[in-house]
Design a protein around this ligand. Sequence first.
Ligand SMILES: O=P(O)(O)O[C@H]1O[C@H](CO)[C@@H](O)[C@H]1O
Ligand SMILES: Nc1nc2[nH]cnc2c(=O)[nH]1
Length: 323
Amino acid sequence: MCNKDCCAVKTALTIRRMKMLAEKQLKEEAAAPPKKILLTPQSAIFSYEDCKRMADFIIARTEIRPKFGVVCGSNLDMLAQLIENPIVIDYSEIPKFELYTDDLHKSKLFAGTLMGANVIAMQERFHVYEGNPVGSCSMPVRVMKLLGIEYLFVTCASAAVNKHYNVGDIMLVKDHINILGMIDNSPLIGPNDQRFGDRHFSMINAYDQQLIEKAQEIAHEIGCENRIWTGVYCCLGGPAYETPAEHRLLQQIGADTVGMSLVHEVVVARHCSMKVFAYSLVSVPSIDAPQLPEAVLLAQLEDGENVSMELLCRMVYKIHNNL
Ligand SMILES: O=P(O)(O)O[C@H]1O[C@H](CO)[C@@H](O)[C@H]1O
Ligand SMILES: Nc1nc2[nH]cnc2c(=O)[nH]1
């Protein structure tokens, strides 16, 4: 503001005008209170009945009654293609199932057999950064529960936070840090439908220890024990990757890999008592890793994808045959 009287007068006038406007607004609101907009809580975006209708639709399309459910991560869509003689259902065919995805051509469910077991796989998941509420992103897990899935295999691509991890390595998830959930963005916020599970439940052993041990056994069997790790996954909202300062923060809080998915699916799976096995394929190097040529990283990633397919097949085989 200048020192001239004209500006001082203008300011006083502006303040008086603002006060009058505020008083007018208050009077108007008292006469007709503004309508409250109630947002649907996360847990109620898809009701039990909605999920049941989707499950029934899938059941009507295939004779497969799956025991294993697979969620394919980015770079891992080929896991769905391992399924033999699949019935392929486009998400858009299933009533209400279709949400926003960046990759529409992968938006397919595959139901069939893998290593003799009945399996259903989502070739593409829904992400929060694509504009889907977190309660919608995890809805397919509930549909899988109603399809009779006992074992949920959740896979994803991630960046290494642990400086010992390389691109193409696989991290068996033993625990997670759910930053979205910690700041009030859980798929279970809202009314609890007891038909799915209890209001409060433990997340200890959420990533089934016996299944992790089976996977570690497999790592030895296939000679990959030096590139299959067991660690903690952290979920951020994305879509931007972390800044270096955020990366350092993640290192300090004990994360080994970071991505933008998985945890809300696992929360919902544990709520309805599914057994969970999860792994992340390291697709982006840690900021501490030496710079490698793009071609080397791509070759490592391709190796990792192959190991990941082997891991999935052997896990299904062992569990299905009680080995
Ligand atoms: O978690 P998935 O679906 O594997 O995808 C990961 O890869 C994408 C980023 O490249 C992000 O969506 C991240 O979460
Ligand atoms: N947050 C995050 N998620 C990823 N998913 C795949 N790569 C990355 C990454 O670098 N950061």
